[in-house]
Write a protein that binds this ligand. Structure first.
Ligand code: NAP
Length: 368
């Protein structure tokens, strides 16, 4: 069936994977991409790019009238995915933009069959680490950070409008289960980046905590599902998660360091010690004051930055979606994760093979 889908976030970690698959599986559909930087991807005869900064004033008024007349679908993936921005910044990008797009679509797109909003599973996190940096309470609901809060408000904006909406809720996205590929190395990959250089002596969390990772192809499948049938009733929720099959922190650490060290040894580089995992309270009371006194400015910045990961390494239960929701299950992490780590090493070989930097005190630079 022919169609025309408006896409935001097509250049991101998820968006690049989604676009490849949608082009393959919807051969009669055209796509219009809203992007700040056109020309990043390969040109395709069924893809049109429009330069658009979703944070600019009045951007919906600049959208061509013909677009609204032909659109059958909207796929909204663009977001500010940082976990450490202020609530105002997060709300501006993740909630207001969503509200604006939903408003524009509900008023102008009379042929619309699907409005798919990519949210996050963590709008309903299984547990929260109260007192962790970024911890947020709003109307009796708690969130690990302003990002989760703003995505939850984004969902609310979509559901408040008369739209054929589907909400996709992925957990922590990692690469494709077969190839390891992903458009950008965000999120959990940051930990790998610092750890690979020996810049991560400890991680605050719990070795037995669940880390719900979802492979890129699983999220792409969830998006495809959202466009595969008309959402009736509107407001359906599709989760893309590992759920009860989630690995634990120690599993993710073991597989990541085994993969990284195998890659290093094969190329003559020394192995890296796995960071110790310490409970957040111990970290906050014992290690953090020590880092604040002894570490260099750069070391402090890294540890501060990594504070935002703590809630994600402290989750005491697995996601348990409601019975009426759809769940797209991520494949077994035991098979997928080694390939994903290997792909990161291959794609970032200079970083993966860097000589270890010593974690030393009282200097403003890290010894190389
Ligand atoms: N990655 C995860 O682990 C994860 C987990 C759960 C849910 N999600 C959700 O999945 C979606 C995609 O995430 P991602 O990881 O792919 O994010 P990403 O790699 O950071 O990509 C973000 C995308 O949003 C676009 N964007 C950001 N600000 C924009 C603006 N002002 N105007 C126009 N475009 C803008 C970016 O375009 P540019 O090319 O211009 O930067 C990029 O295409 C998000 O909604 C996120 O909340 C992600």
């Amino acid at each position: 069936m022919s169609g025309h889908i408006l896409v935001t976030g097509a250049t991101g970690a998820l968006g690049t994977g989604v676009m490849v698959r949608l082009l393959e599986t919807l051969p009669d559909t055209r796509f219009t991409i809203l992007t700040r930087r056109p020309g990043q991807g390969a040109a395709h005869p069924r893809v049109e790019e429009l330069r658009c900064d979703l944070m600019a004033d009045g951007w919906t008024e600049l959208l061509p009238r013909r677009l609204a007349q032909t659109l059958t679908g909207v796929l909204h993936m663009a977001a500010d995915v940082r976990w450490n921005v202020s609530a105002v910044e997060a709300l501006n990008m993740n909630t207001r933009v969503c509200a604006r797009l939903a408003d524009w679509a509900s008023h102008n797109c009379h042929k619309l069959e699907h409005f798919c909003y990519v949210s996050t599973a963590y709008v309903e996190a299984p547990s929260h680490l109260k007192g962790a940096p970024g911890f947020f309470e709003h109307e009796g609901r708690v969130f690990n950070n302003s990002y989760e809060f703003s995505k939850s408000m984004g969902e609310r904006e979509v559901l408040a409008r008369s739209l054929p909406s589907v909400i996709v809720r992925p957990s922590l996205i990692v690469g494709d289960s077969r190839t390891g590929q992903i458009g950008r190395f965000n999120g959990l990959y940051t930990v790998l980046r610092f750890a690979s250089q020996g810049l991560l002596p400890i991680v605050a969390g719990n070795r037995q905590a669940y880390v719900d990772i979802v492979t890129l192809d699983t999220v792409v499948k969830a998006v495809q599902l959202a466009f595969g049938r008309r959402p009736e009733p509107a407001g359906q929720i599709v989760w893309a998660i590992s759920g009860a099959m989630s690995p634990k922190v120690e599993d993710v650490m073991n597989v990541s360091f085994q993969g990284l060290n195998a890659f290093r040894r094969q190329r003559g580089a020394s192995a890296i010690d796995m960071p110790a995992v310490v409970p957040y309270d111990t970290y906050r009371r014992l290690y953090k004051p020590w880092f604040e006194q002894q570490a260099s400015a750069i070391q402090k910045r890294i540890m501060e930055y990594l504070d935002v990961y703590t809630p994600y390494f402290s989750v005491t239960d697995v996601f348990r979606p409601e019975a009426g929701h759809t769940v797209v299950q991520s494949p077994d992490w035991r098979l997928a994760l080694p390939r994903i780590v290997e792909h990161w090493c291959e794609a970032n070989d200079i970083m993966a093979l860097k000589p270890l930097r010593r974690w030393e005190r009282s200097s403003n630079t890290i010894a190389s």
